[in-house]
Design a protein around this ligand. Structure first.
Ligand SMILES: *Cc1c(COP(=O)(O)O)cnc(C)c1O
Length: 230
């Protein structure tokens, strides 16, 4: 018997996706929200193409990766074989990777400083390709973490729109590990509302139900779908 979920057959992948989808639906209904507003991103970082195939086979088409370099190694091939894939960049972005990111990703969740906003705007213009964009907010104000601080978020969203001509669709956060994530989700929701932003990317395997209750429109779920990362 092979107990590694990442190499389990398609039917097992389907069961895990269906479980997560059912939990999302239940959480949305408890909160009086339309479950159709919550989009599941399967976070496939560290898993290779062969491990991702069964999850695609189970009907999942929206995937998230946190590194541009790793994504370049596996997604062009997968995207060529499965034309409906929607790929999300959920990890920190360096400006020297902006071109690759614009070429490969359909949604970028991690716009977090003027230099990146400028680089993305430039590459979008060059490539004639327009990934959807979210601004990452460092709600816990952690020095080592990416994201704009909450106090600067309004001004940064405005700058993205007015100075760089970027259409920002929403906000993303990764709460501190040792804090109640609900407080961070509520803060992100508040910042989004006052900036007229519709999309909220928040919630991972451990806390996506809370995130759904607090307004998430994208949840980013890795472990609960792929199993533990090596
Ligand atoms: C890895 C990762 C996730 C998924 O985490 P799990 O706990 O495995 O669900 C979500 N968001 C980001 C930004 C990540 O890097």
């Amino acid at each position: 018997m092979n107990n590694d979920p990442s190499s389990a057959p398609p039917t097992a992948a389907r069961a895990r996706i269906e479980t997560v989808e059912a939990e999302i639906t239940a959480a949305a209904e408890r909160a009086g929200r339309d479950p159709a507003r919550v989009k599941l991103i399967a976070v496939s970082k560290t898993f290779d193409a062969a491990q991702i195939e069964p999850v695609i086979g189970a009907g999942q088409f929206r995937f998230g990766e946190n590194r541009v370099q790793e994504s370049l190694a596996k997604w062009p091939g997968l995207k060529a074989r499965h034309t409906d894939i929607e790929l999300h960049l959920i990890g920190p972005l360096q400006s020297n990777k902006a071109r690759d990111a614009v070429a490969l990703f359909d949604v970028i969740h991690t716009i977090d400083r003027p230099k990146i906003a400028a680089a993305i705007a430039r590459e979008m213009e060059q490539a004639g390709r327009a990934p959807r964009l979210l601004v990452q907010v460092n709600t816990g104000e952690e020095e080592q973490k990416a994201g704009i601080f909450p106090a600067r978020a309004d001004a940064f969203v405005k700058q993205c729109r007015e100075e760089f001509g970027l259409k920002i669709e929403g906000l993303m956060c990764i709460p501190p590990l040792d804090e109640e994530s609900a407080l961070h989700f509520a803060l992100l929701n508040k910042i989004a509302a006052r900036n007229g932003l519709d999309e909220l990317s928040m919630g991972m395997s451990a806390d996506f139900e809370n995130a759904v209750a607090l307004g998430a429109t994208y949840v980013r779920v890795g472990t609960a779908i792929f199993g533990k990362r090596g």
